[in-house]
Design a protein around this ligand. Structure first.
Ligand SMILES: [Fe+2]
Ligand SMILES: [Fe+2]
Length: 212
């Protein structure tokens, strides 16, 4: 039965399902639109805001699963949310982490005394987040290929989803409140322009690699 339901879901139906949930459709649009921001620091901050909205959508879904307990099921709209979250991870979150590691952190470390030591934990956070993202993608893949019973998918979704939400929001908070404020006043316009250009190159490079 589950196979039949999943096999019948077309891309159009998924889009319809996504856009019937207004807050989620906003988050998807936001992530796509912010890629053209002229100030790279503002762009990273805007991406944080879009990720926060996505976390909120995911949290609503997970809370419902928890509340429903043994009666919990994955509806078509939930499956669409799972697919969109996986897309966000692959196309946006992973790219965001690399842009920070390759462009933002090294420059930030230069303008803050002992910055290398101070910001090391942000790099550690990224490693943990990558593991959770990978786990989440695997859970979605197991679900869509019927590799595990649904109650197992639901339990794993709750566990990993909560780890992503908690750790990502904490990480974003740390970057927003301290480092990005510092970065906005710490870089001159030439450097901001360089960073913007380099970030664009990374986005293009990663997009090409993901389509190979
Ligand atoms: Fe980060
Ligand atoms: Fe970030």
């Amino acid at each position: 039965m589950l196979l039949l339901v999943k096999a019948r879901i077309t891309k159009e139906q998924l889009n319809e399902s996504l856009f019937s949930n207004s807050s989620f459709s906003i988050s998807v649009n936001d992530i796509k639109n912010i890629n053209n921001h002229s100030n790279p620091i503002r762009q990273l901050l805007d991406e944080h805001e879009a990720f926060r909205i996505s976390c909120n959508d995911l949290l609503g879904f997970l809370e419902r699963l928890e509340k429903d307990g043994y009666r919990a099921t994955i509806r078509t709209s939930d499956y669409a949310l799972m697919l969109k979250t996986r897309e966000n991870i692959k196309e946006h979150l992973n790219v965001h982490l690399i842009k920070e590691e390759e462009i933002f952190f090294p420059r930030l470390e230069k303008i803050v005394p002992q910055g290398r030591i101070k910001f090391l934990y942000l790099n550690y956070d990224h490693e943990y987040l990558r593991n959770y993202f990978e786990d989440f993608c695997l859970i979605v893949s197991d679900y869509e290929n019927d590799r595990v019973p649904i109650h197992v998918s639901i339990r794993k979704l709750i566990e990993t989803g909560k780890l992503i939400i908690h750790n990502l929001l904490q990480h974003i908070l740390a970057e927003d409140t301290v480092y990005f404020e510092l970065a906005e006043s710490g870089f001159d316009s030439d450097e901001l322009e360089d960073m913007g250009r380099e970030m664009k190159l990374i986005e293009t490079r990663l997009k090409e690699e993901s389509h190979k």
